[in-house]
Write a protein of this length. Structure first.
Length: 182
């Protein structure tokens, strides 16, 4: 008698006597039905729009998000602790961040923004303010133009259409300086 055979027979009960194998054709089929709930709750984020009417009698107050207050960029100098202390005395505490030799002031409100910028102007600090994206000029590239197109003609044509144009430039290749069709 082998040792391995006797151990495996003792550890495993004899299921073959009690178990009957089902027919192969019946195994492959799903005989149960999937029961779905009667109602399912859904959310529609646009449902308030269905309640709106076109009558001018109702006042509709739409909440527009406020534009974020742009940071004030103060150039780093050796006496920056004194500058920060003076700004803190005059305008109150602010959130500051130092990166790339620039101290960024993040004022919470537009009133504090004007207060800090006015104080920096009077003290003669070297600073600048980034314009919001809404106030920056839009840059446009017109493609598939003939390379010998006159930029002044393009500027005149766009001004006739009602656009305010700051500058029209024809792009050129960097090495050969040949005009490109842009």
């Amino acid at each position: 008698m082998r040792l391995g055979a006797s151990v495996s027979n003792r550890a495993r009960p004899n299921f073959e006597e009690d178990y009957l194998s089902p027919n192969r054709r019946k195994i492959a089929k799903n005989s149960f039905k999937i029961i779905t709930p009667i109602s399912t709750e859904t959310r529609n984020k646009f449902s308030p729009l269905g309640k709106l009417s076109d009558t001018p009698e109702e006042e509709i107050s739409l909440h527009k998000p406020k534009a974020p207050v742009p940071p004030i960029m103060l150039r780093y100098s050796d006496n920056y602790p004194e500058m920060l202390a003076n700004i803190k005395k005059a305008c109150g505490p602010t959130d500051n961040k130092f990166s790339n030799d620039i101290i960024k002031f993040f004022p919470g409100t537009s009133d504090k923004h004007t207060q800090i910028s006015n104080f920096c102007r009077t003290q003669g600090y070297d600073f600048y303010i980034l314009k919001p994206k809404q106030l920056r000029p839009i840059k446009v590239v017109i493609k598939r133009l003939p390379p010998n197109q006159n930029p002044s003609e393009i500027k005149e044509a766009l001004e006739e259409l009602g656009f305010s144009i700051n500058q029209v430039i024809q792009l050129t290749k960097l090495r050969t300086r040949q005009p490109l069709p842009f």
